[in-house]
Design a protein around this ligand. Structure first.
Ligand SMILES: *[C@@H]1O[C@H](CO)[C@@H](O)[C@H](O)[C@H]1NC(C)=O
Ligand SMILES: *[C@@H]1O[C@H](CO)[C@@H](O)[C@H](O)[C@H]1NC(C)=O
Ligand SMILES: *[C@@H]1O[C@H](CO)[C@@H](O)[C@H](O)[C@H]1NC(C)=O
Length: 203
C-alpha cells in the first residue's frame, strides 16, 4: 500500500478524502463482547473528560488499576477499580451489565453510567468511553487502559486523536513510576474507611 501510494498523487488525494472517516473509526463503539479480551487487570494510562472537577479529581490519583472479571451470569461482569492516593488505596466494586455494544454500571440509582469500548490499534490496550449522568454531572469520559503501565508514543497519539474527535481536552497522563495498589485491601483501617465513604459518581 505504501509503495503504491508513494508513486501516485491520486493516492494522496484518496488519503485526504478519507480523513473524515478517521474520526468515525476512532470513535466507533466496538461490538463486543468477547469477555476474554477485557478480563483481568488493567492500569489506567491516560484519561480525559469534559467535566473539570472530575478531571481535577483524576489528576489527584497516583495510580488507578481496573479489573474486569466474569460472573456466573454471562450478561454481567464485575468491575473493581483501585485508586491510589499517596499511601492510601480506595477500592470500588460495581456490577456491570453487558449489552451488545455497551455496558451499564449498576450504581444503585445514584447516577447513570453507560459505556463502551472503542477502537484502538494498540494490541494490549482498551479505550473505554463513559457517559456519566447525575444531578451534578453530565460528562463524557475517555480512558486509555493497558496491560502495561506505559504505552508507545503512537498509542498515546492515537488516543489524543480520539479525544480530539470527541472534543475532549488534553488527557491526564498517569505517572507510570507510581505504584499500583494491591488487588485486595490490606486490613488497614484507613482503606476500609475510604471504601465506606466513597459514594461519588466516580470511578
Ligand atoms: C470467563 O468466561 C469464559 C466464557 O465466557 C470462560 O471461558 C473463561 O474461562 C472464564 N474465565 C474465568 C476466569 O472464569
Ligand atoms: C453484584 O452482584 C452480586 C450477585 O447479584 C451481589 O451479590 C453483589 O453484592 C453485587 N455487588 C455489588 C457491588 O453491587
Ligand atoms: C448520555 O446519557 C444521557 C442520559 O442518559 C443521554 O441523554 C445522552 O444522549 C447520552 N450521550 C451520549 C453521547 O450517548
Amino acid at each position: 500500500m505504501f509503495a503504491v501510494c508513494a508513486v501516485t498523487l491520486l493516492c494522496l488525494m484518496s488519503v485526504s478524502h478519507s480523513a473524515p472517516m478517521v474520526c468515525e473509526e476512532l470513535t466507533h463503539a466496538l461490538d463486543q463482547q468477547e469477555p476474554h479480551h477485557f478480563e483481568g487487570k488493567w492500569s489506567l494510562v491516560a484519561g480525559s473528560l469534559n467535566h473539570l472537577p472530575s478531571m481535577e479529581a483524576l489528576r489527584l490519583r497516583d495510580s488507578i488499576t481496573m479489573y474486569f472479571s466474569n460472573s456466573s451470569e454471562a450478561s454481567t461482569i464485575s468491575y473493581t477499580q483501585v485508586n491510589r492516593f499517596g499511601d492510601q488505596c480506595q477500592y470500588l466494586h460495581y456490577n456491570v451489565s453487558v449489552q451488545s455494544s455497551s455496558f451499564t454500571f449498576d450504581v444503585g440509582n445514584r447516577f447513570e453510567l453507560v459505556g463502551s469500548f472503542l477502537y484502538t490499534s494498540c494490541p494490549d490496550c482498551l479505550v473505554m468511553w463513559w457517559n456519566v449522568t447525575s444531578p451534578r454531572r453530565q460528562s463524557k469520559d475517555l480512558y486509555l487502559l493497558s496491560r502495561r503501565r506505559e504505552v508507545e508514543q503512537k498509542d498515546l497519539e492515537e488516543f489524543r486523536a480520539q479525544l480530539k474527535c470527541s472534543q475532549l481536552p488534553e488527557p491526564v497522563v498517569m505517572d507510570s513510576t507510581k505504584e499500583l495498589c494491591p488487588e485486595l485491601p490490606e486490613s488497614r483501617p484507613t482503606a476500609a474507611q475510604i471504601e465506606e465513604t466513597s459514594v461519588e459518581e466516580k470511578p
